[in-house]
Design a protein around this ligand. Sequence first.
Ligand code: NAG
Ligand code: NAG
Ligand code: NAG
Ligand code: NAG
Ligand code: NAG
Ligand code: NAG
Ligand code: NAG
Ligand code: NAG
Length: 517
Amino acid sequence: MERKLFPTNSSISITLLLHTFLLATLHALPLSTNSRWIVDEKGQRVKLACVNWSAHLELVVAEGLSKRPVDVISKNISDMGFNCVRLTWPLYLATNSSLASLSVRQSFHNAGLLDSFSELQANNPSIVDLSLINAFKAVVASLAKNKVMVILDNHLSKPGWCCSFSDGEGFFGDEYFNPELWINGLTKMATLFKDNPIVVGMSLRNELRGPKQNAGDWYRYMQRAAKSVHEANPNVVVILSGLSFDTDLTFLKQQPVSLNFTQKLAFEVHRYSFSGGKEWETLNANEICGIMTNTLMNASGFLVDQGFPLFVGEWGLNLNSTSESDKRFLNCFLAWLVEHDLDWALWTLAGSYYVKGGIVGEIETFGLFNWDWTQVRNKPFLQRISVIQSPLQGLCILSKEAMGVQLGNCKNSNHWKYTPHNTLEIKGSYRCLKAQGLDRPARLTLHCPGEGTSWATISDSKLHLAATLSNNSTVCLDVDSQNNLITSSCKCLSKDSKCDPGSQWFKIASAYQFTAS
Ligand SMILES: *[C@@H]1O[C@H](CO)[C@@H](O)[C@H](O)[C@H]1NC(C)=O
Ligand SMILES: *[C@@H]1O[C@H](CO)[C@@H](O)[C@H](O)[C@H]1NC(C)=O
Ligand SMILES: *[C@@H]1O[C@H](CO)[C@@H](O)[C@H](O)[C@H]1NC(C)=O
Ligand SMILES: *[C@@H]1O[C@H](CO)[C@@H](O)[C@H](O)[C@H]1NC(C)=O
Ligand SMILES: *[C@@H]1O[C@H](CO)[C@@H](O)[C@H](O)[C@H]1NC(C)=O
Ligand SMILES: *[C@@H]1O[C@H](CO)[C@@H](O)[C@H](O)[C@H]1NC(C)=O
Ligand SMILES: *[C@@H]1O[C@H](CO)[C@@H](O)[C@H](O)[C@H]1NC(C)=O
Ligand SMILES: CC(=O)N[C@H]1CO[C@H](CO)[C@@H](O)[C@@H]1O
C-alpha cells in the first residue's frame, strides 16, 4: 500500500481540475469481489461511485423524465463523474402484473398528473406508452448506452415515499413485507436482467427497521434471498443491508452469513448528518467526528477488515442551503470514505419528484439537479466529491521547488511514508515534512528525524497533524488561500462547537495498488 496525504477541507478543493480524466470507460463486466474490493472480469479494481435514482414512488416511473430526455439524464450522470446508479424499485413492480403492465400514460392519468404527463410526452415520447416494467428497462438501457452501471435496489414493497419506523414496510412479516413474496419478486427481477451485464449488483432490501427487526430473521431470509438471486442471476453482486435503517451490521461480528456461493457478496450501510440527531450542530467538530468514525467502524467498517466490500448505499446532505454543521459532517465523512477507499451512492439525483407525499412537483433539496433538472444545484459540492469518485483523485500534498510543499492533483503526488519516528517522508527520498514555526510555510528538510519533523495525529477526529516547535509549542498543518501548506495554531481541538477546523483536517490515506492474483 502506498500512502498519500489528502486534505479533507472543502474551501480548498475549488481549484480541482474536474473530471478531465473521467471519460467513461466500461469495465469488463460482470463484477465480482476479491477480498474487500469490487473487481471486474480482468481482476481490475472497480470503484463504485453511484448516485441514487428513484423509481419507487407512486408513479413507478424513474423521476425526472418529464423534465429531460432519459438519455440526457444518463449522459449527465456520467458527465458528473458517476459510473453507476442505485436504481430504486418497489417490490410490487415485480410481483403485481397489473401494476407492471400499466402504461406510463395510465400511471400519470390515474394520479391526475396531466401537466407532468404532457411534459413527459414532449421529453420522452418513446416511453409514454411503455408498460411500467418496460419503462424501467428503458431507463436501464439508457444508462447502459452511457456506460453507467446499475445496482437494483428494492426500496420498499408498495410504491411511495419511504421510510418510517412503523410504516409496515420495515421488516419481514410487516403488513407490506411478506418474505415469500419478496424472495419471489427479487428472483423475478434478477431473472429479468440476467442477460444484461450493466446490472452489476442487487441490493436486496433498503433500510430494514421497525418493531419486529431482529438478527435471527435477518439471517433466515437474507440468506435465502441471496441464494435465490444468485441462482437466478449469477452475474450480480448481492448486497445486504443492516438493521436500524441500515446503520447496524454489528451482529455479523458474532455470526458470518452462510451462503453457497463466493466472490459475489457485499454489505451496505447508510449514513446522514442527521443519523445521530443534532450532534453536528451542538458538539465540537473534532469530538463528534471521532465519535462518528468510531461508530461507523464498529457498526459496519469492520467488514472491510473481514474481507468484504462495504457499499455506502446512501449518504447526502441538503444541497440547497448547506449548513455549517453539514459542512463539518461532510469534511469528516469524506475523510472516512477516502481513508477506506469505499464504494458509495449519493442520495440523490432528483431535483424534484413528480409527486411525493401528495405534493406535486415537490423539490428535493438533497438532489444533485435543481428543480427542473437543468442545472447542477450545488457545483462546489460536485467538485468536492470528485475526491471520492475515483481512487487517487482530489488534492494531495506535492513537493515543489526549493523544498516547498503545496496541494495539487493526486495523480502527480508524491508517495509518503509515515515512519515509526512519526516523520512524513517522501518515499525514495531522504526528505521529510518540517514545521518551521507559527504561521510559516511548511517545508521539506533532509534532517529527518529532526526539529519540527515529528507529526502526531491529534484531537478526537485524528485528522489534525501536529508538530512540536523548538520552544515546545504545538502547531498544526494548514493550507493558505494559495494552496500552500503552512503551520498555524491548532483550531478548536475541543469544546468549541462553533468553530470549523476543516482547513486543518488531513488524512493519510492508503493508495490502492491492485495486483491481480
Ligand atoms: C396491483 O396493482 C394494481 C394496479 O396498480 C392495483 O390496483 C392493485 O391493487 C394491486 N394489487 C395488489 C395486490 O397490490
Ligand atoms: C444454493 O442454494 C440454493 C437454495 O438452497 C439452491 O437452489 C442452489 O442449487 C444452491 N447452489 C449451489 C451452487 O449449491
Ligand atoms: C459497538 O456496537 C455494539 C452494538 O451496537 C455496542 O453494544 C457497542 O457498545 C459498540 N462498541 C463501541 C466501541 O462503540
Ligand atoms: C433554498 O434556498 C433558498 C436560498 O437560500 C431559500 O430561499 C429556499 O427557501 C430554499 N428552498 C428550500 C426548499 O429549502
Ligand atoms: C445535461 O446535458 C445537457 C445536454 O448535453 C446539457 O445541456 C446540460 O447542461 C447537462 N446538465 C447538467 C446538469 O450537467
Ligand atoms: C514558540 O515560537 C513561536 C514562533 O515560531 C512563537 O510564535 C510562540 O509564541 C512561541 N511559544 C512559546 C510558548 O514561547
Ligand atoms: C521542552 O520540553 C522538554 C521536555 O518536557 C524540556 O526538557 C525542555 O526543557 C523544554 N524546552 C523548552 C525550550 O521549553
Ligand atoms: C435525505 C433523505 O430524504 N433521505 C432518505 C433516503 O431514502 C431513505 C429510504 O427511502 C429515507 O429513509 C431517507 O430519509
